[in-house]
Design a protein around this ligand. Sequence first.
Ligand code: SF4
Length: 635
Amino acid sequence: MMVQSRYLDINLNDLLITTRTVQEEMYNQYLGGIGFNARWLFDLIPPGIDALGPENVLIISAGSLVGSNFPTASRTEASAKSPLSGRLGTSNSGMFFGYRLKASGYDGIILRGKAPHPVYILVENDRVEIKEASHLWGLDTFQVMDQIEEEYPGAQVALIGTAGENQVRYASLQNGRSDAWGRTGMGAVMGSKLLKAIVVKTTGRRAVIHDGATIKAINREASGAIKSSPFYGPFKKYGTMNASPVYSRFSALAAHNFTRGNLPEWKTEFDKKKVDELLVKHMACQACFIACGHLVEIKDGKYQGLKVKDMEITPIVTFGAQCGLNLEASIKASEICQRLGMDMVSTGSSVAMAIELYTEGLISVNDVGYQLSWGDEDAVFNLMEDIAQQKGFGKVLALGTREAGRIIGHPSYAMQVKGVEIPMIDPRGRWSTWSMGMLTNPRGGDHLRCRSIVENLRYNHHDAALMWEKFGMGEEEFSRLDMPDKLKQQTIDLTSDLVNIPLMSIWAEDLIQAYNSLGICIRPPVMNRVGPNLLTRAFNAMWGLEINESELMEAAERSFTLMKLFNIREGEKEEESRFPERFYQQVVSGQVLDPKQVERVLQAYYHGRGWDMQTGRPSREKLQQLGLECGEYLV
Ligand code: SF4
């Protein structure tokens, strides 16, 4: 018999709290996490609604292995229609929020409507209350955390800052003080509902597990597998900062709004070894022994004493390369984003677009109110505050680069795909499964929904046809990959030592969809070792279910496809799956993308997915195979 699963279903219009029980069939078909969110958003949100209106639905789902102690099973997915892209918005975060929510007896929360006044939700073991939050409204996230921690010591909190209240289109939903459901504006959706925070205070409880002894054995096996990955050692030491010297070497940094590819000072200023100098301690999410997070402290200068958990490659490239700040100022910029509750990538990208427009003379001090230049941290911080307050030129930038570029009259300066700002990696400098995923990702220009399970930072892109990347890991590593044999042989050619990029993209997207359904982290040592075999056994033991590996991967493909259908229903066209013109027209560090080659790779991807190669839409046959009855959106 399956373990019972319950969701809180809260209608903020009339402050009504109910619970819904999730049936076994839903787990078999959609697995949990993003899978549930995609299905319910498709069913609950009427087509064409205003993402910042009361009809939008925000769903927060803990992954279905959270609470099992499977390595890294800590992740929770927050999803709604995105006010930034107008498509399905979704974001993933770890730490302890989902773990505590599950311990309280709820696998997730569905939030509908709009409260009549600012509120917060309190989940305290069995008790769930909607409480007055006028005293918290107008406060930044650190101030809110101070108050909540005093009233509810040890609570886990999902909350918004002033950017969320002011409905900045890329406002984040913060996960405590430092972490976030950052991308696609989930904080703006929460702000539009006048919901300031969700406080989970659970004591002395754990998630229910169907077969604890089996889970324990699988967890041991998974831990051993992850520790044996060649990516484990480097990642444990430097986390995502491993990518910093590599992306500079390939001239693949998004420097100065993707106009430069590299910066002369990068090698010394932003080397991964700077982590050693600034590190206070490594930080880990629930059930994770990798502990890739870095709490750092700035030792001297203007920001002496500043402690921030966020020396990660994404904010470092966003503020260091894209906006030209030095390391200390980049760390300070991360802290400002955490305090205001804004997605770092979209914030940095919006600011970088403004600086480029300013330096080109396309906007002036009359528009902005002050001068802008690369590396001017005071100007950057002022602009960030203006965005959060929707003040002056910040009000335009708060719409995201696509909309801001259109209003200003220079849309080509917006570095986005499907309205979502592209992070850090310039595909002209390094074309790989990772960069390819920015085109096909249903949530838009983002690097976290597609990455090769053998992502090998030793190699630059391989051939002008953009169809292959180097494998470089040998026969033993090949044999250890948790991937069906036939597909593995089609995707990785050992003789030529190459990986087929479109095929790896499809596999990786579906695998990450499974991870985001189960709540597993996509960091390289995990993706390299944990595939459908381990995931399926753990999922069945956790819930008392009996699906097989191909059913698990098909369930992941089903919800991935449903996300695409949601987007099509909201008006997505095939031509949105394109990079900004700059990548095809402007040579950076001697490199430019050939649009015809990119097109060929995209076509191979559509073909591999069983989608129509002209329209880039799932075919009727594919929908039938997946049991999805949404065919009316195909024409
Ligand atoms: S690898 Fe890092 S981000 Fe992933 S679960 Fe562990 S600590 Fe969290």
